[in-house]
Design a binder for this molecule. Structure first.
Ligand code: ATP
Ligand code: MG
Length: 325
């Protein structure tokens, strides 16, 4: 049994204009101690997938249409409110995309952190909570942690705010850390520091990591395994070295070709022609086929299955099972 098991998960948002098929048959098993990166263009469902793990998609309009999501064998979709409270933060800590939104501007850092602690460790005295806050801020390498507790979010830089959010995510001693674009709002040098911090914490605390980013460079720096998503589906799932050395799916190859190469500044990276489909009426068969250079007639009608281990790919045109064009 894997620590996290997502099986054939379909998530839809029901709106006035109909149903949006945001996740379409996601299969993903994550073992304890793995560091898994989820990558894909904007709107492909990365955040929706991460939020599904914690049942954080707003319902309605969000609805898990079918499939299973389990943590350590426990059915997350069947959890009651008390079990969900333990899961969120106590078992799975989450760092969100935008630190400004998730810190309350009118409360000090100390007040917000104590609140998070109270939710998970109700037995602590006020002094013990304060000591634990300082310990948590130290663990994310924020200097002068004690004086930081009395400051407000606007007095902190973006990088410091993201460190505070990581400290909060660790407050309940989770076993899993889900970080959704934790560095997107930061400049490149701070981005590197935060990634190094996350990788260090994961190693030191023995955490299982799910790191989400649209940037393959970010994912590659912190994860041993990479899952590539396209329009609500997983198109490739492979060890990081294998994915960079021998990308299989045409979409992954396009993503890699779109990365700028600093050693060849004159070489303009190529993009992927076209744009992501409207998920209200997604393409039949393989959702990538309208943009795919290898598309064949079977791609327009039959959905490719994700297969192969440890390097899995969902494509009719590649692998031992490839269909002749
Ligand atoms: N509350 C909602 N109601 C309707 N549709 C939604 C809602 N939230 C998300 N979606 C849709 O779900 C799809 C996936 O969104 P999601 O935020 O998971 O993408 P993402 O891969 O995280 O993108 P980004 O890289 O921009 O963060 C998008 O098409 C989006 O429009
Ligand atoms: Mg997102």
């Amino acid at each position: 049994m894997s620590l996290i098991e997502i099986q054939d998960c379909r998530l839809a948002f029901d709106g006035f204009e109909g149903r949006v098929h945001v996740l379409d048959g996601i299969d993903l098993a994550i073992e304890s101690g793995e560091s898994v990166g989820i990558v894909g263009e904007t709107g492909c469902g990365k955040s929706a997938l991460a939020r599904s793990l914690l049942r954080l998609n707003p319902a309605p309009p969000a609805r898990i249409v079918s499939g299973a999501i389990r943590y350590d064998g426990a059915d997350i979709l069947a959890m009651d409110a008390a079990a969900l409270r333990r899961l969120r933060g106590g078992t799975i800590g989450m760092v969100f995309q935008d630190p400004v939104t998730y810190l309350n501007p009118v409360f000090t850092i100390g007040r917000q952190m104590e609140e998070v602690l109270r939710a998970h460790e109700s037995g602590l005295s006020r002094a013990q909570r304060r000591a634990r806050c300082i310990e948590l801020l130290d663990s994310v390498r924020l200097p002068q942690a004690a004086s930081l507790l009395d400051r407000y979010p606007h007095e902190l830089s973006g990088g410091m705010r993201q460190r505070v959010l990581i400290a909060e995510a660790l407050a309940g001693n989770p076993r899993v850390l889900v970080a959704d674009e934790p560095t997107t709002a930061l400049d490149v040098t701070i981005q590197r520091q935060i990634l190094a911090l996350i990788a260090g914490l994961v190693a030191r605390l023995g955490l299982t990591l799910m790191l989400i980013s649209h940037d393959l460079g970010v994912i590659g720096a912190a994860c041993r395994r990479i899952v590539v998503m396209y329009a609500g589906t997983i198109v490739e799932d492979a060890p990081a070295e294998a994915l960079f050395a021998e990308p299989q799916h045409p979409y992954t190859r396009g993503l890699l070709a779109a990365m700028p190469d600093l050693r060849q500044p004159d070489h303009m990276p190529s993009g992927i022609p076209g744009s992501i489909p409207n998920l209200r009426d997604p393409p039949q068969g393989c959702r990538f086929h309208p943009r795919c250079p290898l598309a064949m007639s079977v791609c327009r009608s039959a959905r490719p299955v994700l297969r192969g281990a440890p390097h899995a790919v969902a494509c009719h045109a590649v692998g031992d099972w490839a269909v002749a064009p």
